[in-house]
Design a protein around this ligand. Structure first.
Ligand code: HXC
Length: 288
């Protein structure tokens, strides 16, 4: 079975999941794909990459299942924030080299290798946190950077070692890493293929915080639950506005921010959030 988040068959998409519907209904909050696992609790979907035999290398099946799971989580009312993680040894050690090695230019070009799947992942509107332990290399590092922010375990290692394979990053690494850590460090990483440890990644702005490996999921889930308690309208707007900062000019980005800031004054959540502050109580957001 591929992926379903929750039991709504309409949200599942691929017919290949129908056979497991009864099982999913029973499990309700835990769904397994062949290469990923999804758990939903407290309005957070925890999606785990699960190809331990290949250090979670990204093959077509994994990326398809992941894209399906992300899309389903984005539509699921019981999910308000998503955490994407791997294992303690590897978030993902890159695109699957065995799957790619024999392909021709025409095959890569005509299949638009990994474009549809990564576009789906990047189009998720709910906040997505990458919880990275171990290796995040090549496509693994690029996948982490597609998320809204990265929480790293102290054993995390980031790298773009494609140069060692005679190629270059292919799902955003030359662009995103450069925006996150600056040209000099990005060039260093892409040209030498060296790895960056968690401490350097935090210092360089690639990750938002570093936590002990054993506490990674707990920290990421706590952050996700905090986000899940906010107005879902406001969190989506934050995501769109921050992303504008590297997709447009400063002037356009500030104008976009100003307009969405003004627009939020049409929501009940803005009235509730500000009233709650003035009345010295917790806000009760209703996503309206
Ligand atoms: C396929 C991989 C893999 C990968 C690891 N494995 N990375 N298989 N694709 N990217 C497999 C190994 O072949 C091995 O399988 C098993 O996982 C364990 O890996 P080891 O190498 O034995 O582990 P270790 O010695 O601990 O070394 C870990 C490692 C190393 C440093 C992460 O595996 C490594 O360098 N991997 C490749 C990293 C890389 O080059 N990534 C970029 C890929 S290109 P067996 O069967 O032997 O046990 C890319 C382009 C993105 O990502 C663009 C997308 C379109």
């Amino acid at each position: 079975c591929a992926i379903a988040v929750d039991v709504d068959v309409n949200a599942v998409g691929p017919v290949r999941c129908v056979a497991k519907l009864e099982q999913l209904k029973a499990a309700r909050a835990t769904v397994l794909g062949r290469t990923i696992a999804v758990e939903i609790a407290h309005y957070v979907a925890l999606i785990r990459l699960n190809r331990p035999e290949a250090l979670n290398a990204l093959n077509a099946q994994l990326l398809t299942e992941l894209a399906d799971a992300m899309k389903a989580a984005d539509k699921n009312d019981k999910v308000r924030c998503i955490v994407l993680t791997g294992s303690e040894k590897a978030f993902a050690a890159g695109a699957d080299i065995g799957e790619m090695s024999g392909k021709s230019f025409v095959e890569m070009f005509e299949s638009d290798y990994f474009t549809p799947e990564t576009d789906t992942i990047c189009n998720v509107r709910k906040p997505v946190i990458a919880a990275v332990a171990g290796y995040a290399l090549g496509g693994g590092c690029e996948l982490a950077m597609m998320c809204d922010f990265i929480i790293a375990a102290d054993n995390a290692k980031f790298g773009q070692p494609e140069i060692n394979l005679g190629v270059v990053a292919g799902i955003g690494g030359t662009q995103r890493l450069t925006r996150f850590v600056g040209k000099s460090k990005a060039m260093d990483m892409h040209l030498t293929g060296r790895f960056m440890d968690a401490e350097e990644a935090e210092r360089s702005g690639l990750v938002s915080r570093v936590v002990p490996a054993k506490k990674l999921i707990e920290e990421a889930m706590t952050a996700a639950q905090k986000i899940a308690g906010k107005s879902a309208i406001a969190t989506k707007v934050v995501k769109e506005a921050v992303n504008r900062s590297y997709e447009t000019t400063l002037r356009e980005g500030i104008l976009f921010e100003r307009r969405v800031f003004h627009a939020l004054f049409s929501t009940e959540d803005q009235k509730e959030g500000m009233s709650a502050f003035l009345e010295k109580r917790e806000a009760q957001f209703r996503d309206r």
